[in-house]
Design a protein around this ligand. Sequence first.
Ligand SMILES: [Zn+2]
Length: 86
Amino acid sequence: MTSTTLSDGRIKHITPGWTGYQNPNEPMTKTKWFKDGTKYWEIEGTKNTYVVSCDERNLLKCECLGFTYRKRCKHITQVKEMLNGN
Ligand SMILES: [Zn+2]
């Protein structure tokens, strides 16, 4: 497994077939794993980097609080703009 520390302190783990993100101060078991082939984007915010992912139904999901509560956020908007070739 290859592990690198991101600028926001999170650790990115790469292992065959999977990529994982571990938050600082959280145990390895809390690592969020994405299967290869899953589409996801790292969106840099002011303090944190958020991962926006696309599920098997082509729905975009973000891990930030805004999305958790409102089902929409600026990170998803940013990804949509990128997908639209902006
Ligand atoms: Zn978000």
